[in-house]
Design a protein around this ligand. Structure first.
Ligand SMILES: C[S@@+](CC[C@H](N)C(=O)[O-])C[C@H]1O[C@@H](n2cnc3c(N)ncnc32)[C@H](O)[C@@H]1O
Length: 244
């Protein structure tokens, strides 16, 4: 249960849940190591021993809105959004420690106070968040796992989509992007048949472009440079049916 050393949430983790991908890359430079040792404890999210986590309580001024990015990579998108919406609280998940260190360097450089970090599997955090607590969720360029036999490793699964639907508020927005068109099809298949989500595309020309309030990411830049086209998806979390 305590795979991340501080997992005390009362929602049981599926046995089958395995984190694919790297946790570590090149050894951290001393400056980055120091950020992990000194700054990460200040910004990292500790899950409650019991009950659900209300993300607003992670910030001193209890923001009205909290947004979540799963797999922030080096944090370009998260930092750009947090700079733009300073009254919103941001949660970022990333198990790759070199990415976490890059995000910390950016937070320090920009002097941002509205980001909290979960340096682990975003699905663990999702399951612990209070129902209807997120105003936006971003999953940008998740590892594509293009081989058919690896498809089950994909982060966006029916299980993850259910967990996102639960944690999102009514009318909240889910944003996804990928340069792997097979993965896009996979996401659309699962989201379009999900009762909680409505695709916000107005014609397919829309999915070739990010909206102006959607900053780019490092992975995206690499994909575009390599000549791959990227697709951007936005979904609305439909209002919950009220009991009669
Ligand atoms: C291809 S990279 C994209 C990074 C960034 N979003 C970008 O666009 O530059 C995918 C990232 O997702 C992270 N990741 C994979 N599984 C994850 C999980 N279960 N929870 C959170 N992050 C995850 C990986 O560590 C990796 O940094």
């Amino acid at each position: 249960m305590a795979r991340n050393g501080h997992h005390h949430c009362d929602v049981p983790l599926e046995q089958a849940r395995i984190l694919y991908g790297r946790r570590r890359g090149r050894p951290l430079r001393p400056g980055r190591r120091e950020l992990i040792d000194t700054l990460l404890p200040r910004f990292s999210i500790v899950l409650p021993d019991q009950g659900a986590l209300d993300p607003a309580t992670l910030f001193p001024d209890s923001p009205a809105e909290t947004w979540l990015e799963i797999g922030f990579g080096s944090g370009e998108h998260l930092v750009a959004q947090a700079g733009r919406y300073q009254k919103t609280g941001f949660l970022g998940c990333e198990p790759f420690i070199n990415g976490v260190a890059s995000l910390l360097a950016k937070i320090q450089h920009e002097g941002l106070a509205n980001i909290r970090i979960f340096p682990d599997d975003g699905r663990i955090l999702l399951d612990c968040l209070a129902e209807a607590s997120l105003g936006r969720v971003f999953i940008l360029f998740p590892d594509p796992w293009p081989k058919k036999r690896h498809a089950k490793r994909r982060l966006v699964s029916s299980r993850t989509i259910d967990a996102i639907a639960r944690a999102m508020k009514d009318d909240a927005e889910l944003r996804l992007a990928s340069d792997d068109h097979d993965y896009i099809r996979w996401m659309l298949e699962r989201l379009c048949r999900h009762e909680a989500f409505q695709w916000l595309a107005q014609g397919c020309s829309h999915w070739w472009q990010r909206t102006p309030d959607w900053p780019g990411t490092r992975y995206e830049t690499k994909a575009l440079r390599a000549g791959r086209r990227c697709i951007y998806l936005r979904f609305r979390r439909l209002p919950r049916l009220t009991a009669t």
